[in-house]
Design a protein around this ligand. Sequence first.
Ligand code: F6P
Length: 307
Amino acid sequence: MKIKNIAILTSGGDAPGMNTAIYGVFSACQNKGINLYGIRNGYDGLIDDDITLLTYDILEGRINQGGTLLKSKRSKRFFQSKYIKIAVENLKKHLIDALIIVGGDGSLKGAMELRDRGIKVSCLPGTIDNDLNFFRTIGYDSALNSIVSAVDQIQDSLSAFNNGAVVKIMGRVCTDLIDGVAKAIHTDFVIKDPNYSLTQLIKKIKAQNDGAHLPPVVLVLEDTVDSVELAKILQNKCNIQVRPHIIGYIQRGGSPSAFDRMYAYDAGKYAVDLIADGKAGLVVGIDDLQHLVTKAIENSINYDKIS
Ligand code: F6P
């Protein structure tokens, strides 16, 4: 069957490279004479029929920016079959032959709902968390670099006074971001489990705060311990100034790294090539050798929300 119309949406936490992925999909569609429709606000836009034909004018200037030009949502309605049914009807109304979803684990869950209702759907793994079964997800490399440069700046200032800091790191339950940052900034102070040993941490900080080591930066995985409280305790016990640093969306925003741009663009183009060849129901990512690979859509971690 000749593919005439493809639609694309971005869902869950935005990730640097989502816009480049849209551009990759757009370019491949242009080359093949396929119309590309953009669905705004993730799965909610599919329910609300917020679907527009994408043109280069809409993409121009956004291709290498962070965030997502199609906007994103964590849809609550898409859990209910009555809304999934509306979404399917809207796709049919616009004569959409196939849908491409860029998002994380919860977004893949939504994709499975559509696939199981007979929609041709393929996905691109867009999340900073790196929690899907590929070597990298689109956005991880950019987020890692953004966090490392933020912490480097914090460390410059800390070193002037031998002060310490606690920095909260995103990643949900996946430790790839925090582990990557810890390696890159050379810190052993990493809390990934609420049952960590405070006594050991204090001992290690005291031993290393001797002017011969980098200033103590304690990395805390989000949702494990309260970083503001921890900073207060460490300040009292270690006799140095320790401030909490909540760098928030500095981690997730910002333009995609060169790596993520190449990855997102190539994966987007490949997803379209596959669909045009009659191959859907796949997630396009990269393996350890950084070659494009596909896997059947499944969700690796069982989140109970669309993310
Ligand atoms: O999934 C991406 C992510 O940034 C996670 O690392 C984090 O847990 C979550 O989204 C935070 O999302 P929000 O601030 O949008 O609720």
